[in-house]
Design a protein. Structure first.
Ligand code: ADP
Length: 445
C-alpha cells in the first residue's frame, strides 16, 4: 500500500484535521520486480553468451552454461551429463554440476536408460515435468524404483538435450527442484536457447582440438623428416665432391656439377625446415661474435656476381667497416634469403640494388628489386611460415625464407621491414644495432 497524508486547514490556516489517501500498488511493485528480474536474466544471458562463444575449452563452456542456467531457472541443482551410451548404453556421465555438492552424486548410480531419461538423450526431447514423482514412468525401474536413497529430493524436473550440428546428442542439461511446479515455459525457452549456443561452442572446441592436434602432428613430422633427410644428403654431397675432383670427360664433369648444385639446393630446403622446427620448439641457438657485416656483404655479392647470369648487383656499401655482434652464419642466411628473393621475384628485371647505411649507432641493409611487387594484404602475411603470394606459381620455394629471416633479425634485437608496390618492385630492409660506438671502430680493427 502507498499512503499519502495531508493536513486539512480552516480559513485562518489552523490545522483542523488530516486527509489520507491509500493506494494499492501491488501491481506496480510486481511489474517492477518482474522488470528487475528480466534485466538480471538478460545480463546473465549476455555474459554467458559472450563467455561461451569466446571459450574453446570444454570444461569452461559447460561449467558456465550449467551455472548460469541453474541460476536463471532457480533450480535446486543443475548438471550436464555426457551422452556416454555404448550399444547396451547404461550410463550417462556427470560432467558439471551446479547448486549442489558433487558428493551427492558420488555414491549414486548415474541416470540410466530409463523412460524418463531416454527421450532426452536418444530422442532429443525436452522434458519439463511439474512433479516427477507423480509421472507415469516414474519408479518403474529396478533397482531403485524411484530415486535412490540420499538423492537430492526432486519434484520439478527439466531436461534439455545438447545437440551437435551433426545431429548427435552430445549430452543433456538436467535440473531439479524439491518443490513441484517450479519450472515454467520461459525457463524452458531460456535453457533451450543457451543449450543451442553451447552446442555450437562445443562443436567449435572439438574442431579446434582436432586442428591443434593435427598441427602438432605436422610439426613433429617436419622435425623428424628434415632430421632424417639431412644425413643421406650430406653423404651424397660428400661423394659428389670427391667425384668432382677426379679427372673425367666433359659430360660426366657437367653432370657432377649439376648434381652438386641440386644437392646444395636440397640441403638449403632441408636446413630451412629444420630451423623452422627448432624455432617452434624454442631450440634455435645462436653463436654470437663480433664481425664486419660490410665484409660479409662484399663476399656474398661477389659470389652472386659469378653465379647469377640473369641479374647485376648494384651496390652502395659505404666506406667504413660496419661492426655488429651476431651469429655470422644466421645473419648470412638472412642476407642470402633477401638477395635470392629479390632475384627470384624479379624475373624480367636485370638489376637488384643493395645499400648499407649507418645512422645513429644502427646499421640498415636494404635490398631492392624491380620485380613483381606485393599488395598491402600480401605484405601483412609475408613473415608467417609457409606463406607464399598467389602469383608465385612457377617459382620454387617453401614460404619459409622470410619467416626465418624475421626470426633471426628479431632475435638479434633488430627490425625487418618491407615496402613494395604491386607490379613495380619491393624493398626489404633490416636494421641492427652496431656492436661498437663509431669512435671505437677504428681501434677495434
Ligand atoms: P619462398 O621464396 O620460398 O616462397 P619466402 O618466405 O622467402 O619464401 O617468401 C614468401 C613469399 O613472399 C614468397 O612466396 C613471395 O610471394 C613473397 N616475396 C618474397 N620476396 C619477394 C620479393 N622480393 N618480391 C615479391 N614477392 C616476394
Amino acid at each position: 500500500m502507498s499512503i499519502t497524508v495531508s493536513p486539512v486547514k480552516d480559513s485562518r490556516g489552523n490545522i483542523v484535521g488530516a486527509s489520507k489517501v491509500a493506494r494499492d500498488i501491488t501491481t506496480r511493485i510486481e511489474s517492477q520486480t518482474a522488470m528487475e528480474k528480466y534485466i538480471k536474466n538478460l545480463e546473465t544471458l549476455n555474459t554467458v553468451g559472450k563467455s561461451i562463444s569466446e571459450n574453446l575449452d570444454v570444461q569452461g563452456i559447460l561449467q558456465r552454461v550449467t551455472d548460469a542456467t541453474t541460476l536463471l531457472t532457480g533450480a535446486g541443482f543443475g548438471a550436464f551429463f555426457y551422452n556416454n551410451s555404448d550399444e547396451k548404453g547404461n550410463s550417462f556421465r556427470l560432467f558439471t554440476l551446479s547448486g549442489a555438492p558433487r558428493k551427492i552424486f558420488d555414491n549414486m548410480a548415474m541416470p540410466r536408460h530409463t523412460d524418463i531419461f531416454l527421450p532426452t538423450f536418444r530422442d532429443k526431447k525436452v522434458m519439463r515435468i511439474d512433479d516427477i514423482t507423480k509421472h507415469a514412468d516414474f519408479g518403474k525401474n529396478a533397482p531403485f524404483n524411484g530415486m535412490p536413497k540420499g538423492h537430492f529430493s526432486v519434484a520439478s524436473y527439466l531436461a534439455i538435450p545438447v545437440v551437435s550440428k551433426s545431429g548427435s546428442v552430445i549430452g543433456g542439461l538436467l535440473y531439479g527442484h524439491p518443490e513441484a511446479g517450479k519450472f515454467t515455459a520461459e525457463h524452458e525457452l531460456l535453457v533451450v536457447n543457451i543449450a543451442a549456443q553451447a552446442a555450437v561452442s562445443l562443436d567449435n572446441s572439438k574442431l579446434f582440438e582436432q586442428v591443434k592436434s593435427l598441427s602438432e602432428k605436422k610439426d613433429e613430422f617436419i622435425a623428424l623428416a628434415s632430421h632424417e633427410l639431412k644425413t643421406p644428403l650430406t653423404t651424397i654431397k660428400g661423394y659428389l665432391q670427391v667425384l668432382a675432383k677426379k679427372e673425367a670427360d666433359k659430360m660426366s664433369q657437367l653432370f657432377v656439377d649439376k648434381s652438386l648444385y641440386q644437392v646444395e639446393k636440397l640441403q638449403t630446403l632441408v636446413e630451412d625446415l629444420l630451423n623452422m622446427s627448432r624455432i617452434e620448439s624454442g631450440q634455435l641457438n645462436f653463436r654470437l661474435e663480433v664481425f664486419d657485416i660490410k665484409e660479409m656483404l662484399r663476399e656474398i655479392i661477389e659470389t652472386f656476381s659469378y653465379s647469377s647470369q640473369s641479374h647485376r648487383v648494384i651496390e652502395d656499401l659505404g666506406n667504413n667497416p660496419v661492426i655488429i655482434r651476431g651469429d655470422r652464419q644466421r645473419i648470412e642466411q638472412a642476407i642470402l634469403n633477401l638477395i635470392t628473393n629479390a632475384i627470384k621475384y624479379s624475373p624480367k628485371a636485370e638489376e637488384i640494388f643493395i645499400n648499407l647505411e649507418v645512422v645513429d649507432e644502427k646499421m640498415t641493409l636494404r635490398v631492392r628489386d624491380k620485380g613483381i611487387g606485393l599488395t598491402g594484404e600480401q605484405q601483412q602475411q609475408l613473415f608467417t611460415r609457409f606463406y607464399r603470394a598467389e602469383d608465385t606459381k612457377g617459382i620454387s620455394g617453401l614460404g619459409l625464407g622470410l619467416y626465418l629471416t624475421k626470426q633471426i633479425i628479431d632475435r638479434h634485437g633488430g627490425i625487418i621491414e618491407v615496402s613494395s608496390e604491386y607490379g613495380e618492385g619491393s624493398e626489404f630492409s633490416f636494421t641492427l644495432p652496431l656492436a661498437l660506438q663509431k669512435k671505437n671502430i677504428e681501434k677495434a680493427i
